[in-house]
Design a protein around this ligand. Structure first.
Ligand code: G4P
Length: 561
């Protein structure tokens, strides 16, 4: 591993993308300064559909950073999987099966923070919210499957934020879709232009390697070694006869033709468009066999942006370097220790340097709090840290004061970052306590869980009597709700699934929902803050509402203030 790292570092220095020149700040900030620390940080999330290979890719990235110090990646993978599943089991026992971690590692003097977005059945609002803390996203796509449902949802959140998206088309060691079709799919389904940084040779299960368009180099795929050795490369222009001899005429002729087509019909790489989230650089590779992962990482760190600050209320731009420490809470994980009801608040540092024991303003309450036990994350391990910088994520132990979207600042009592969006629930259930004696505990539990953002609470308004409706982004949230209410608050509940799948807020909150013409299956409700919202069973209901009510505007996402 040590040896690998040396080779990687050496190679990384040779990489010259046009982006490097455009993006790297010049002149370089003095080493050790806040500016230098911010410059070298890359904070991103991997978005993908379950089984596309996110775990594998994350592990391989960690491997390059030397964060997993095991001899073989197969072994490392098994070990990581084991560790992760252990961690999940512990979480389950505590009634929390929803968890997302933050992994930090160093590579070639860059400090990389990967935000893990929970997928599978535990897909929840947390998954979306994590993207609020990322400066860029890596979209991982299974080459045989193309854009899948969950990727699409997460992509929309990234698009809404306008963050750069880098695409890795995975599993190229197997038969995959035609790469031109994949590029077209990105444009048709996601509405994003793309630029292929490299091009696969042999996509019918006969993968030969990739042609790096910018460096005019073929990386040959030899398979089977699971990435423990450097891939063999041939540096040559695409039409070089020597390349033809090495690849064989079948693959070479095809490559020449395809690169010609790409050069002629494809878009140019446009770094400004990439940074604005309008164009995505595509890399083809195979995470499992480690093929193309290093190339991807090295281009990614040079092209992806470092933290660039955030807008706050009053049209204030918080600069990551010149503004002293500030940050916002994007996730809360409660009851790590059921005996104490403590909570871990995840804070994304927006500006400046964080130091252990720092006293900061908590804008929402106007109180000063001391941050004594900040935690940083490495896989399932948590370590107390002494300092961190803009771009980093730290965990703060909290006794119930901190909430999602809260701003902390060392010197500005009134600093308030823009609110966190509330993402629409897609599953709804009517929930009631089974035992009337437990009403208070029930209310407390529901309030706590909705503060954490694990569930959304709605009240039905059109029948006179208010009944409680719980909304969740993923169905597993209902199980978590049931489990946690019982385990932590001693409350048994009765739950009835409802047929709604879409929540839409009224843009004009002065409208009385009773005045609206709606289908009989549309439910009029209010959310936790009393904002008016409609619950629909299907898209047809939404269209009907818009059609029948002149000037009605519906929002699929609400920003909390
Ligand atoms: P996820 O976190 O996105 O859900 O995916 P994960 O990494 O767990 O990968 C899902 C499956 O896809 C795994 O197989 C994994 O080995 C496989 N995979 C990941 N990357 C590649 C790749 O580049 N090529 C190929 N051919 N397969 C890949 P599994 O059988 O479910 O698990 P395991 O037995 O390999 O551990």
């Amino acid at each position: 591993m040590q040896e690998d790292n040396e080779i990687l570092t050496e190679n990384a220095e040779n990489i010259q993308t046009p982006a490097a020149a455009t993006i790297d700040r010049a002149p370089a900030a003095p080493a050790g300064s806040i500016a230098a620390q911010v410059d070298r940080r890359r904070t991103f999330a991997i978005i993908s559909h379950p089984d596309a290979g996110k775990t594998t890719m994350t592990e391989k990235l960690l491997l390059y950073g030397g964060a997993i110090r095991l001899a073989g990646s197969v072994k490392a993978r098994k070990a990581t999987k084991h560790a992760v599943s252990d961690w999940m089991d512990i979480e389950k026992q505590r009634g929390i099966s929803v968890t997302s971690s933050v992994l930090q590692f160093e590579y070639d003097n860059y400090c990389i923070n990967i935000l893990d977005t929970p997928g599978h059945q535990d897909f929840s609002e947390d998954t979306y919210r994590t993207l609020m803390a990322a400066d860029s996203a890596v979209m991982l796509i299974d080459g045989a499957k193309g854009v899948e449902a969950q990727t699409l949802k997460l992509f929309h959140v990234c698009k809404m934020r306008g963050i750069p998206i880098f695409t890795f088309i995975n599993k190229m060691d197997r038969a995959a879709k035609n790469p031109f079709d994949l590029m077209q799919e990105l444009e048709d389904v996601l509405g994003i232009k793309s630029y292929a940084m490299n091009w696969p040779i042999g996509t019918d299960g006969d993968f030969q390697g990739v042609y790096n368009r910018r460096e005019r180099q073929v990386e040959l795929y030899e398979g089977g070694n699971h990435g423990q050795e450097q891939a063999k490369t041939i540096t040559a222009a695409v039409d070089d006869p020597e390349l033809g001899r090495q690849l064989g005429s079948y693959y070479h002729d095809r490559l020449v033709e395809e690169i010609g087509l790409l050069d002629m019909a494809g878009d140019e790489l446009d770094i400004d468009a990439v940074l604005a989230g309008a164009q995505t650089p595509i890399f083809f590779g195979s995470a499992m066999t480690n093929f193309g992962v290093k190339t991807f990482l090295e281009h990614f760190i040079k092209m992806a942006p470092c933290p660039h600050g955030k807008e706050a209320a009053g049209e204030v731009h918080v600069d990551p370097v010149s503004t002293p420490f500030s940050g916002f809470i994007f996730k809360i994980q409660a009851n790590m220790n059921p005996a104490h009801r403590d909570r871990l608040a995840f804070l994304r540092i927006t500006s400046g340097k964080f130091e252990k024991g720092m006293e900061v303003w908590h804008t929402r309450t106007g109180r000063k709090i001391r941050l004594t036990q900040p935690t940083q994350f490495m896989a399932q391990e948590r370590t107390i840290i002494d300092e961190a910088y803009a771009g980093d994520i730290i965990g703060l132990f909290d006794t119930g004061l901190l909430g999602i979207g809260d701003t902390l600042s060392v010197d500005n009592q009134n600093l308030r970052f823009e609110g966190m969006p509330v993402f629409p629930s897609e599953h709804f259930a009517r929930v009631q306590y089974a035992d009337a004696m437990k009403r208070k505990q029930f209310q407390k539990g529901i309030e706590q869980l909705s503060e954490e953002g694990a569930i959304q609470v709605f009240k039905q308004i059109d029948i006179g009597v208010e009944t409680l409706i719980i909304g969740a982004v993923g169905v597993l949230q209902f199980e978590v709700l049931e489990h946690r209410l019982k385990g932590e608050y001693g409350v048994e509940i009765r739950m009835q699934q409802l047929p709604y799948h879409y929540a839409r807020w009224l843009e004009d909150q002065s409208i009385d929902p009773h005045d609206l013409t709606l289908t009989s299956s549309t439910l009029r409700a209010t959310d936790r803050d009393g904002s008016k919202v409609l619950l629909f069973e299907n898209e047809w209901g939404i269209e009907w509402a818009i059609d029948k009510n002149k000037n009605l505007k519906l929002l699929d996402c609400k920003v909390e203030t």
